[in-house]
Write a protein that binds this ligand. Sequence first.
Ligand SMILES: [Zn+2]
Length: 254
Amino acid sequence: MVDRGKFLAAAERPEEQAAAGVPAGSAMPGPLLLMGAPGAGKGTQAKKIMAVWRMPQIWTGGILRDNRARGTDLGRQAKQVMDEGKLVPDDLVNRMVAERLAAPDVARGYILDGYPRTLGQARWLDELLAGQGAPGGALPVIAVSLAVGYNQLLRRVTGRRICPTCQRTYNVYLQPPKADTVCDVDGALLAQRADDAEEVFHERMRTYEILTAPVLEHYRQSGRLVEVNGDRSVSGVSAEILHAVEELRRQRNS
Ligand SMILES: [Zn+2]
């Protein structure tokens, strides 16, 4: 586990590097699994980390779509399963991930999003990476969990409004429009996505906690979990992530 006090002191340094577009520090970031509940800011942070460390994001939806577009065997099998309204089985997902991880752009590291989703997938990935002779050595996955309090998540998600005309987003609690309910730019009536309704939020949170608990525990037990306070500014959070990951890589190398 990473000492929070230590990395907070240096939190501004990676941020300056980020602004300069220079990869932070010298440690190889390696594979990172980014985890966060709905509203935790996972998408925003993924973009920041990708820009600083210049590494790709790998998500199963994207791999699936790519396989189907290329008409691969795996893609056809997945399509058949999905057409039957079933979940794509672990085995098939794992094989597609293995193929994706053989591409040269992942050599320094990559961000995993939504995979591994189960304990079985997490263990399978550990074995795959342990047996892989990737350039610079195949580093094990570090899981980064963005921790944000329940009530803050609730406000972030249920307060979200979008302008149907210009797509600008607002938050009625955190970033309200000048006039209630209408867009500052074009005066259009703001809308809420169905997914952001309060009942849907509670349900998504329950599902998230049930699904991720065993995966989180897997990384915690093997000393590869970094928990970051996600209830801060976007740049503060990304600085903390970059530093915590570097710190953990260094500890594991020494
Ligand atoms: Zn608008």
